[in-house]
Every structure is written in C-alpha cells, then in structure tokens.
Design a protein around this ligand. Structure first.
Ligand code: ZN
Length: 393
C-alpha cells in the first residue's frame, strides 16, 4: 500500500550533496529515500540486536527487495498541506529578465511566468518555427527546474529554506576538529516540512513507522543537527485525484495536434526522482530509449514508438560508506526532471491506446532501473505541465 509520510525538521538538516564549493558543504534540498531507509535499517538492526541481518527474513523483505520502497521526501515550502509536490520538467523555461511563476499581488505583476516548451521543441522539428522569447518583454527564455505545486488555478515554485553554519573541520582520521580550518555547512532550516511516498504492506508500515517518532538524519548529529519528527502518515492516498494516465495521454496528444502536428502519436516519460540504469554490458546509460524500454517492459505496442526528443543531464552519484570510512563506487544517474518524448509515425486505434495506457500504468507503478527501494527510478508519464504549461503561468 502506498502512503505518504511527512517529516518536520526540528534542527538544521544537512544531507551531503557531493557538490561542495570551496569551504562550503552544500546540502541536498530534499530527503532521499536512501537516507530514510538507512535510518530504519540501522534502527531495526539495533532494536533486534542482529549480528547477521542477511539471515533475518523480515529484515531482508523490508530492506533488500523491491516490495518495500522508500520514496524521496520533497520540500513542501509554503504550500498548503495536502498539495502534491511535483518536479518541473526539464523542458520548462522562464523569462530571463523576470524569472518564476507569475505572481499578481495587488494588481502588480511580479514575474513573467514559466512555460513548458516540449511541444514548441517538437513543432520546431517539423516546421522550423519556434516562439522562444518572453511574450511579456521579448527577453530570451531560460531553463528553470525545481519543485512546484498547483494551488487552485495558479502555480508556485517550492524551495526549502536554507542557511549556512560555520564549523571547524573534523579530521576523518582522528575524529577531532582540525585546528584552524573553518568551513561552512549549508543546512535546511528547522521547521521545514518534507513529504514523500512509502510503499509497504500495512502491517509492516504500522510497526516500523510511528507518528511522533523523532530521529536524526544527515550529517552533524554530534552537533545536534538533523533531528526530525515523523509528523504524519497519510491514512490513504489523501491527495486530490490527478488526471489518470489515460486522461494525460489524451490531453498531451490533443495539445500536440492543436500545435499542428498530426497523424502521429506521442507519450512522455518524466523522471520524478533520479534514475540509475545500465545496458546489457553493465554500462550506465544517460538516457532511456525505445530499445531499453522494450527490453524492460516487453510489450509489442512499445515497438511502434521511437525516442524522438529528450532533455536530460547526467551526474555522478558518489557516496560515503560510513562503516568502512571509504568512498563508495561512483554511479551515473539520470537526474529527476528529465523528459523523454516517444513518437509513433502513425495514429493509434482505440484498442492500441488502451494497450499503451496499460503499459504506462505499469511503468509508473514499477519504476525503472536500480535502487527503486531507495527512491530512485520513479516515473510519471505524460506530465500534466507539458499540456497545461503551453501558455505562460
Ligand atoms: Zn519577460
């Protein structure tokens, strides 16, 4: 069963991003599923005094399979509770001169808005035409990413509030502070809320996650950093219903037809969390194409499609094995927000659309790639912002 859990930071929280700049340790702006899963696994081992967790059946089913999945917890910012936090697709663009969703306060327009350019980019492929300037002021549009939510009939970007804390550097060897070396640690402020999905059988969920429980996540625990409280576990899917896969597929294709591209059929895959995938030769992939998709989901309808456009980057994920005090092997991830547009050269019959809908539902349910139980590989298809965001918001 899929539940959503909400965590509140009770002290500054810093989760190493491996993106240090000079003497500043940056923090991630969300809580990866890996971190929550790591805490729960450690607590389980401690509570049950397991010396050999690999032979404990419950431990293995909770922390080693794909039946239990800990999703990433994303910041709620100032959004009203109970609103789904989403990731802006990598095709989102905003006015370079006045960035961000349009905000009207007391009749004064603050920002020029954010628009999704996927359909514009596709139109460019077929017509060579694209409107890529801000309709308000003519300035160029530039890429914008991050978290957002929809509140009523408008959108808001979401950021976790952060600050920098000065520290003495701790020597890895001696576990004492190195004299004279100061650095700043970036941390998420206390009093911030994070929300994300956890999928596990109900009986297990109730015994391992308890409302009101307080625990430490991230770095700097000896200095009191990283104390969080499990504020809420949703009773059921408590968010307002989204468009179904079938609705999203139809709306995306309608919007593409309205842009003048006809007699073809499309779907997108949008990464809601980072994805780690390898080909048959154990090489990390920086994109997902039709062959990889077919290999994984083996449905003939996928053979009708090829990867038409994609917007992504890749980054190296490195970790630190605390027990061994050694770096973990680097992995290459395809970052959340990435967009993959698949195209069929013909329209689909109603039966074929139903088949495709079934496959896309399966992809959303199962996710893609490695470490799905730690929050990686979460996919939605036909992200609503591709068809809603065709105008400036
Ligand atoms: Zn503008």
């Amino acid at each position: 069963m899929k539940r959503y859990i909400r965590v509140k930071t009770l002290s500054p929280l810093s989760i190493s991003s491996m993106r240090d700049e000079g003497n500043i340790n940056r923090t991630l702006d969300y809580i990866p599923g890996t971190v929550l899963r790591g805490y729960l696994a450690n607590r389980y081992i401690r509570d049950k005094k397991l010396s050999n967790p690999e032979v404990d059946i419950d431990f293995m089913s909770l922390f080693n399979g794909n039946s239990v999945r800990f999703g990433n917890l994303y910041p709620e910012g100032d959004s009203p509770m109970g609103i789904m936090i989403k990731i802006l697709p990598a095709t989102s663009r905003t006015c370079k001169a006045s960035k961000g969703f349009e905000k009207q306060r007391q009749g004064i327009r603050r920002n020029h808005g954010i628009k999704d350019f996927l359909i514009e980019f596709l139109r460019y492929e077929y017509t060579g035409e694209m409107e890529d300037e801000c309709p308000e002021c003519g300035a160029p549009m530039e890429a914008i990413g991050g978290f957002y939510c929809q509140v009523g009939d408008h959108f808001e970007t979401i950021t976790a509030k952060k600050r920098e804390i000065a520290h003495n550097e701790i020597s890895d060897l001696l576990q004492t502070s190195k004299p004279g070396i100061l650095y700043s640690k970036e941390a998420i402020e206390k009093g911030q809320y994070f929300i994300g999905p956890v999928i596990m059988p109900d009986t297990q969920l109730d015994s391992y996650l308890k409302r009101g429980e307080k625990f430490y996540l991230g770095t700097g625990r000896t200095r009191g950093m990283g104390l969080v409280e499990l504020e809420e576990i949703s009773e059921e899917d408590s968010f307002p219903p989204e468009d179904s896969v079938s609705d999203r597929l139809k709306k995306l294709n309608r919007a593409i037809r309205n842009a003048g591209i006809e007699k073809r059929f499309y779907f997108t895959l949008n990464l809601q969390s980072d994805v780690i995938i390898m080909n048959d030769y154990f090489q990390y992939l920086s994109y997902i194409d039709h062959d990889e998709l077919y290999k994984r989901f083996k449905h003939n309808i996928l053979k009708r499609f090829s990867l038409k456009l994609f917007y992504t980057g890749s980054r190296v994920l490195s970790g630190w094995n605390a027990a061994w005090r050694l770096p973990k092997d680097n992995e290459i991830v395809i970052p959340k927000g990435s967009v993959f547009l698949f195209e069929s050269n013909n329209t689909l019959t109603d039966n074929e659309i139903d088949e495709l809908t079934g496959v896309l539902e399966k992809i959303e349910k199962e996710g893609i790639g490695f470490k799905k139980n730690e929050g990686f590989g979460e996919i939605i298809s036909c992200h609503p912002f591709h068809y809603i965001g065709t105008q400036l918001w």
